[in-house]
Design a protein around this ligand. Structure first.
Ligand code: SF4
Length: 695
């Protein structure tokens, strides 16, 4: 396809991970695009990882959905949109607003998210909108809100380079956030005194730069950080002045003192080395990701980490702080617009009547969700039970990626009315749709995304929309108009949506929200086009920077809250399957699977298993293993390695096929969730394993 602009490079943002790297896309004389890192983008300063560098190889039309379809036949947009609007309206009229749901995506742009959230919460009057980001960072959101009174990431990427100690917990940064890993590795190279500790049951690629690897017992992270809090107190390493800005110290310390450090399974000398290093180093960043979040006690694990930083005042200062990394490119943008079932727009509180009233007043909308809606796992359970009768899935593939994926697929297949908006024609989820709506993809979309350090960047259109594909925000707005609400959805461009979002954030800021970008409330199309990456907040009161070093939090009394954590330990089963990502693929590979180069690194689904386990199970290296439980089955290539612990094999999530070797690893994950955040525990699925013999 011919690029939209003549010859000049267009600045945009990589659509994969939460690092949010700036990309320069340059139209080529013969067509197509050349993609390089943007040297001026603060997240990456010209760097790209291999996925970002291969973006141009994933832009072909192979497998694209190019026209609406109704029950498999091609249809016009008017017919498809009329049908969606009519079926949603009828369902709401007959069964109430909570009988419908949207399941959206951290791959959405902020403008898409804003429009979907506005339609569901402010017009339909339900909060049944949740996102695949629930699977990625909901525990961090919940932990932040418990500790800070707001979902605020305190620090910046540059803190990693300014720290004297960086602790990676449950994060294979080298593969999952590669450019940030490159920045960390470069900083360590330049500053020989800097230390890196990796806390992970697996020996991952991130251990290549680690001075210390703590291969702790799976799930024992809270025990480790409770041991640290007790040690901080024993040494008198708390920050007395900062403690005056906190509540809950005594209770958190008491819980920490009651925790047995032996639960970590770490050799005493290694544990002592870590405690000493952390306590004696002022500039510490503790960076964490899915290994913490994807747990049935993920929120407690987050708070165990935050407790240590709060008690020492090591937060929001250069080189210091807890740092949660998001998996997806715009998980943060989704949080900002309130695109999760338990959130309201602009970090306002959906459980606060005054906040709900303020947002409804701003939207001038006919309704407002009366409280939180169904989180992802609950939502698909409600679909299965017939409580959700009309479901619209946008930009994601839950039939392959949700925990208990086979059951989720059956639930979607049994739903009265299923709409799927997607750029791809044939996914596990599109196959189940009554109506398929063709959406634009990364290179064809225009809007904004927010990365893990709160930096908002533009994603710019590089290519024209193929076939009849339309932007997600426009599809949602067109359905809203057909449901009778044209006035609230009458934007002509993403710039207008962004300006409305920024205006609402000013109202939120006045109500005490941390998220305020009201300096952009009057933004016009030309300024939006030229918008350079910026950190929020951007308001008359405050511009960018770090949070909380001043000891002021967003809780009602202004104090940060330390939370007592009583660690849960995983029950001992023969095998607990850990799941995660590989370096060169993304989610269910609908895009990265198009690049042969990206499949060179790892070409098929595999199982990392310890030599002792492999011997006992008679698994041959490079043979096939069958994994099963009462929920699903996967057949994986065997990789015998002592990178994993006995009893705790690992498999990547990306492959979804059904012929051997087949992935569908999510089908093995039980729908067990953290009670606070609703995030599924995807790192500890009980499975049985045996050699696979083809029939
Ligand atoms: Fe894209 Fe993440 Fe790689 Fe950056 S690190 S190029 S955002 S996948």
């Amino acid at each position: 396809m011919k690029p939209v602009s003549g010859k000049t490079a267009i600045r945009t943002t990589c659509p994969y991970c939460g690092v949010g790297c700036g990309v320069l896309a340059t139209p080529q004389p013969g067509g197509g695009l050349a993609v390089t890192g943007d040297p001026d983008h603060p997240a990456n300063r010209g760097r790209l990882c291999v996925k970002g560098a291969a973006l141009a190889e994933t832009l072909g039309l192979q497998g694209r959905l190019l026209a609406p379809r109704i029950h498999g036949r091609q249809a016009g947009w008017d017919e498809a949109l009329d049908l969606v609007a009519r079926r949603f309206s009828e369902t709401i009229a007959r069964h109430g607003p909570d009988s419908v749901a949207f399941y959206v995506s951290g791959q959405f742009l902020t403008e898409d998210y804003y429009v979907a959230n506005k339609l569901m919460k402010g017009y339909i009057g339900s909060a049944n909108i949740d996102t695949n980001s629930r699977l990625c960072m909901a525990s961090s959101v919940a932990g932040h809100r418990r500790a800070f009174g707001s979902d605020t990431v305190p620090g910046l990427y540059e803190d990693l380079e300014q720290a004297d100690l960086v602790v990676l917990v449950g994060s294979n940064l080298a593969w999952c956030h590669p450019v940030l890993y490159q920045r960390l590795a470069a900083a360590k190279e330049a500053r020989p005194g800097m230390r890196v500790v990796v806390v992970d049951p697996r020996r991952t690629a991130s251990c290549d730069i680690a001075d210390l690897h703590l291969a702790l017992a799976p799930g024992s992270d809270a025990a480790l950080f409770n041991a640290l809090l007790a040690e901080i107190d024993r040494r008198g390493a708390t920050d007395g002045g900062f403690l005056e800005n906190l509540s809950g110290f005594d209770a958190a310390l008491q819980a920490a003192r009651l925790t047995d450090p032996g639960a970590t399974g770490l050799p005493a000398r290694q544990l002592a080395e870590f405690l000493d290093l952390w306590c004696s180093t002022r500039r510490v960043v503790t960076l964490y990701s899915q290994g913490i979040n994807q747990s049935d006690s993920g929120t407690d694990k987050v708070n165990a980490i935050l407790n240590c930083h709060l008690a020492t005042g090591r937060i929001g200062r250069p080189g210091m702080g807890p740092f949660s990394l998001t998996g997806q490119p715009n998980a943060m943008g989704g949080r900002e617009v309130g695109g999760l079932a338990n959130m309201l727009a602009c970090h306002l509180d959906i459980e606060d009547p005054a906040h709900r009233e303020a947002v409804q007043g701003f939207w001038n909308s006919p309704a407002m969700a009366p409280g939180p809606g169904l989180k992802a796992v609950e939502m698909f359970r409600a679909v299965e039970e017939g409580r959700i009768r009309a479901l619209w899935i946008m930009c994601t593939n839950p039939a392959a990626s949700m925990p208990d994926a086979d059951r989720v697929a059956r639930a979607i297949g049994g739903c009265d009315f299923v709409v799927v908006s997607d750029m791809m024609a044939d996914t596990d989820t599109t196959r189940l749709a009554h109506v398929l709506l063709p959406a634009t993809g990364w290179a064809e979309k225009d809007g904004t995304v927010t990365n893990s350090e709160r930096r908002i960047s533009r994603q710019r259109r590089l290519l024209p929309a193929p076939g009849q594909a339309r932007d997600d925000w426009r599809i949602i707005a067109d359905v809203a108009a057909r449901m009778g609400w044209a006035e609230g959805f009458a934007w002509d461009s993403p710039a207008e949506i962004f300006a409305e979002h920024a205006r609402l954030s000013g109202l939120a800021g006045a109500l005490g929200s941390d998220f305020d970008i009201s300096l952009h409330a009057g933004i016009g199309g030309a300024e939006y086009d030229a918008l350079r990456p910026f950190l929020w907040p951007q308001s008359a009161r405050r511009r960018g920077g770090r949070f909380f070093a001043d000891g002021v939090f967003h809780t009602p009394d202004g104090k940060g809250r330390m939370v007592p954590v009583n660690p849960l330990l995983a029950p001992d089963r023969p095998f607990r399957l850990n799941t995660g990502r590989v370096r060169d693929h993304w989610h269910t590979m609908t895009r990265t699977g198009l690049s042969p180069r990206l499949s060179r690194h790892i070409a098929e689904p595999y199982l990392e298993i310890h030599p002792d386990d492999a011997r006992r199970l008679r698994l041959e290296p490079a043979g096939l293993a069958e994994l099963w439980n009462d929920r699903g089955r996967a057949i994986l290539r065997v990789l015998v390695t002592d990178r994993v612990r006995p009893g705790h094999p690992f498999a990547p999530i990306h492959w979804t096929g059904t012929t051997a070797p087949s992935g569908r690893v999510a089908a093995l994950v039980p729908p067990l969730t953290d009670p606070v955040s609703g995030q599924p525990a995807s790192k500890s699925a009980p499975v049985s394993i045996r050699p696979f013999a083809a029939a």
